[in-house]
Design a protein around this ligand. Sequence first.
Ligand code: 5GP
Ligand code: SF4
Ligand code: MG
Length: 461
Amino acid sequence: CGVFGVYAPGEDVAKLTYFGLYALQHRGQESAGIATFEKDGRVHSHKDMGLVSQVFNESLLAKLTGNLGIGHTRYSTTGSSRIVNAQPALVETRLGTLALAHNGNLVNTAELRQELLDRNCNLVTTTDSESIAIAIGLEVDNGKDWLEAAIGAFQKCRGAFSLAIGTPAGMMGVRDPHGIRPLVIGELEGNPSRYVLASETCGLDIIGARYLRDVQPGELVWITDEGLASFQWNREPSRKLCIFEMIYFARPDSVMHDESLYSYRMRLGRQLAEESPADVDIIIGVPDSGIPAAIGFSQATGIRYAEGLIKNRYVGRTFIQPTQTMRESGIRMKLNPLKDVLQGQRVLMVDDSIVRGTTSRKIVQALRDAGATEVHMRISSPPVTHPCFYGIDTDNQDQLIAATQSVEQIEAKIGVDSLAYLSWEGMLKATGEDPTQFCSACFTGDYPIAIGEPLKRSKLM
Ligand code: 5GP
Ligand code: SF4
Ligand code: MG
């Protein structure tokens, strides 16, 4: 999911939030929502199924007045794809309304829900996100102030949560103690007390906000008229940023570790070329996520980079659509091969990852139909063998092709002349950061946050 928040008295916060969400659309395409707060605590909100541009229009935005805005784009992990599950989640408390936008996934949702039900809370939706909001509300109703209440509730949450929270008193930005999902802080130029929260820096760029820093793992920032205050709500943070954010999920123009992900992904491609070159005529990338690595591969080998596939940018990511049938039919809608580029060529195609192998198989067939004489595939990350429990919906382990099949078997299944993945060591080398600072469980099964038995059984073989 994408989360966004802006505290900017005197500005059109609904429009700023709208554009922030527009830049974070790639993080979730099922639903979108905005809540705004007036100075007196009144809240306006609008959310619906669909893309940001489908959910909002000028007249709807004009009704969302106030000095604080919280926004969300959703892609479902816990909870089904339905309108009641759209965010921000709104909860009424003793101190007024709370609006919460969540990116990530809790691994103790069942326990948390049960505890809330035992305490007579009324749960409307099926999401872990609503549970977090209600847990905060409960603490407020028990007499705590916003900060104490939020920190009290976070102690009960296990898993991945990057949050933007609006209250009548101010705005919070929060990351779980592992910082699995990203969250950055920006400042609107010219006024130091106007702060922005966004999942990625591309959400700041679009509204002309300057990147200040990341919200740290286990940190809560509290933004009010007085400025920005920081609280380390968890004393034992241990940084475990999702490495798939860098490899695939986040936008290439977003910056992490002082570098665009475009540059990072090119480096993955160069490393891959060093490890697994091939004698071919052209290098192509699978749009959009495989392209930077394909360019890196081409640079390292000196083999010509070409565009062999054209993407219809207006179809959502096939992966994010909830059913297998939709996924299968989504692929041809999305990519079309260029016959005159591919005809008679030995092609090496680079992609960021193989999950189920269904997309890859179809693309390979399409390249052959378009006249490619050989198709070699190179993947700029290691084999995905384990499901994610922290907010990227990689399905059950039995759906992951590399969980059960060898590279040779996958090669045969997707119908390529050769297949190679980036090695684990190569990925670490290109990443250049301390490998202990990342979650890479989908390659190793080494989950940094313990998964409870029932949840484990639901997804692991
Ligand atoms: P497959 O061949 O496994 O069906 O699809 C692989 C493609 O799915 C890659 O191009 C990758 O960019 C894309 N993809 C979509 N969503 C995800 C995701 O959540 N995780 C990963 N690793 N890849 C994804
Ligand atoms: Fe990211 Fe994989 Fe860890 Fe999930 S399991 S947080 S996708 S690295
Ligand atoms: Mg892709």
